[in-house]
Design a protein around this ligand. Structure first.
Ligand code: MN
Length: 192
């Protein structure tokens, strides 16, 4: 199938000042488009052509994996944000966070610290394991928890292209500010 970039459910300047319109135009407009275009050209005429994106991620490696995973990861990342979204988790997700991390604030601190200490490019993920437990993982480059049998529910991008225009080298400041725009109703839906 030919993959296309979905429309964002908010205006390009809607996440500012946490993520500026300029970063959206490069990160979503150019980087994500390049991953999708490259993936489409790589899979043409191959066994991957008929697979959904998640299946390609689990079954591929090398360039196909890198571009498929990056294409998926960025959709997952940008679709979890909404200005004026739900600011804190509730229900069973909040209970699970509190039972494993103590408090919501302690969870946020651990998640940001994990992302801040990744050496080089990558992603910090929150996923659900097969027993319903939450797992924070530090991922390099395009790595995705789907390949470990985990079900991702939240992700922060720590590639420099995600924050350099707005925060320069201050990765931890960028990560901490992302909490202002996460829509926890999206994360709760992914968790359930
Ligand atoms: Mn990125």
């Amino acid at each position: 199938m030919i993959f296309t970039k979905p429309e964002l459910p908010y205006a390009p300047d809607a996440l500012a000042p946490v993520i500026s319109a300029e970063t959206i135009s490069f990160h979503w407009g150019k980087h994500e488009q390049a991953y999708i275009d490259t993936l489409n050209s790589l899979i043409e005429g191959t066994e991957f052509q008929e697979m959904p994106l998640e299946e390609i991620i689990v079954k591929s490696d090398g360039k196909v994996f890198n571009n498929a995973s990056q294409a998926w990861n960025h959709i997952f990342y940008f679709m979890q944000f909404l200005p004026g979204g739900k600011k804190t988790p509730g229900g069973s997700l909040l209970k699970q966070i509190e039972s494993q991390f103590g408090t919501f604030d302690a969870f946020k601190e651990k998640f940001v610290d994990t992302g801040a200490t990744i050496f080089g490019s990558g992603w910090v993920w929150l996923s659900v394991d097969d027993k319903g437990g939450l797992v924070i993982t530090a991922a390099k480059n395009a790595e995705n928890p789907l390949t470990s049998g985990l079900r991702p529910i939240l992700v922060f991008d720590v590639w420099e292209h995600a924050y350099y225009l707005d925060y320069q080298n201050r990765r931890k400041d960028y990560l901490a500010k992302l909490w202002d725009i996460v829509d926890w109703s999206v994360v709760e839906t992914r968790f359930e």
